[in-house]
Design a protein around this ligand. Structure first.
Ligand SMILES: NC(=O)c1ccc[n+]([C@@H]2O[C@H](COP(=O)([O-])OP(=O)(O)OC[C@H]3O[C@@H](n4cnc5c(N)ncnc54)[C@H](O)[C@@H]3O)[C@@H](O)[C@H]2O)c1
Length: 394
């Protein structure tokens, strides 16, 4: 159970944290945990040797030979699962059963059934179980949410936008995510479309109720052998072994309706040259429209029939929910790493039971339930595209 408010058991400095997976996002988690003041006491990787290398490079006390041993270790209170997708569910189940608080990367699992089972296990465990849909933690995204909730935007009519990347746009580009076994049956949507949908549902309070989707998969490698690989060592072997396995979608285009009568359109792509991490959304309300661009997160576009404005992130002028996330004065740019730090602060607040929401639960914290919903949405997208029809999101 979460520690009682005021108890020292949940202080960040006493939450011994371990990180499974030392790739790109494992290092981001490490940075965020250290910024919270919690000790990172262990790290694991795909092999014992790589765990040792990572521990030495990152200054982590202990390299574990296996993630399984680490997530069940008596010396660990909070586990962060930052491995490729196919290991998430297995490690999260082990960690919850061992009584750990768990932060698990998205997608929570590679099937909706497994996600539902895992979310139920997390609820029964009484432990904190969170998933870093961290774009919720951009102050100006929080400002957009505040302006929808307090009525300044008016009734929400349209939701639209895109999440575009280019790192898989060349035929030779590859990664474990391309392989349907390691990455799961969806790639672009599970990897980044889920972030957009989580963010826009969070900002508006609407839920995507039904949708129709088309997907596109481009030829990724020629007939001249296995795809070129980006990583070395065991990871490279694993990627090469993926050659010839079913490919996953590079792009998705989606039309949807929400439970509150708004309509929406979304383009998700990992093959859009020049677009690095272009998460952009617009919410068109009856009074104002609000647009947020993750690559330029220090302002918000507020459109109206009168004058359009672009308020800047200046804590004194923001709504309380946005000011809370604004840890440096305006003019000192904040970004992705700050979102992760704020997310981890909320994980620790949830453990202590002194978050800013009902019952001490942090209002913004994305849970396993939220992540399981995104896995269901992902399956609905793939079903709709395969069957060329509108589908309800169950
Ligand atoms: N929330 C976000 O914004 C965000 C951003 C990027 C990635 N992610 C998610 O994080 C996860 C990892 O992505 P990444 O970009 O860091 O990938 P990556 O390839 O950079 O790193 C994954 C690491 O996990 C290691 N690994 C493989 N099997 C392992 C195991 N059993 N135990 C421990 N380590 C193991 C690999 O060797 C590799 O170093 C994915 O699920 C991805 O969807 C989330």
């Amino acid at each position: 159970m979460p520690s009682a408010p005021g108890s020292t058991a949940g202080r960040s400095s006493s939450l011994r944290t371990a990180i499974a997976g030392a790739g790109m996002i494992g290092r981001v988690h490490l940075d965020a945990v250290r910024r919270s003041g919690a000790p990172v006491v262990g790290i694991s990787a795909s092999t014992p040797a790589r765990a040792k290398e990572a521990a030495a490079a990152l200054g982590v006390e202990r390299a574990f030979d296996s993630s399984e041993a680490m997530v069940t270790s008596d010396d660990v209170d909070v586990v962060h699962i930052c491995t490729p997708n196919d290991a998430h569910a297995r490690l999260a189940v082990l960690a919850l059963r061992a009584g750990k608080h768990v932060v698990c990367e998205k997608p929570l699992t590679t099937s909706a059934d497994a996600a539902g089972t895992l979310a139920a296990l997390a609820a029964d465990s009484g432990r904190v179980a969170a998933v870093p849909f961290v774009y919720r933690y951009h102050p100006m995204a929080a400002e957009a949410r505040a302006r929808v909730l307090d009525g300044r935007a008016g009734d929400v009519r349209l939701l639209h936008g895109h999440y575009l990347q280019d790192w898989l746009s060349l035929p030779g580009d590859t990664n474990w995510r391309v392989d349907a076994v390691t990455g799961g049956p969806s790639r672009a949507f599970a990897d980044i479309g889920s972030h957009w949908c989580d963010l826009v549902e969070w900002v508006t309070g609407h839920r995507i109720a039904d949708l129709t989707a088309v997907t596109q998969t481009v030829p990724r490698h020629g007939a001249d052998g296995p795809p070129p690989v980006r990583a070395a060592g065991p990871e490279a072997q694993r990627q090469a072994a993926g050659a010839g396995r079913p490919a996953t979608e590079d792009a998705v285009q989606l039309l949807f309706r929400t439970d509150q009568g708004a309509t929406g359109a979304l383009t998700v792509s990992q093959i859009s040259p020049g677009r690095k991490n272009r998460l952009w959304f617009e919410v068109d309300g009856a009074r104002t429209s609000l647009a947020f661009d993750q690559e330029n997160p220090e302002s918000l576009f507020v459109g109206s029939r009168g004058e359009n404005t672009t308020p800047l992130r200046e804590p004194a002028l923001l709504s309380p929910a946005a000011a809370r996330l604004s840890t440096v004065p305006g003019g000192h740019p904040m970004g992705y790493l700050d979102c992760f730090a704020a997310f981890v602060r909320d994980v620790h607040a949830a453990i202590r039971g002194d978050g800013d929401g009902d019952g001490g639960r942090p209002a913004a914290l994305p849970t396993f339930d939220d992540a399981a919903r995104m896995v269901r949405l992902t399956e609905t997208v793939l079903d709709s595209a395969a069957q060329r029809s509108w589908k309800e999101v169950s």
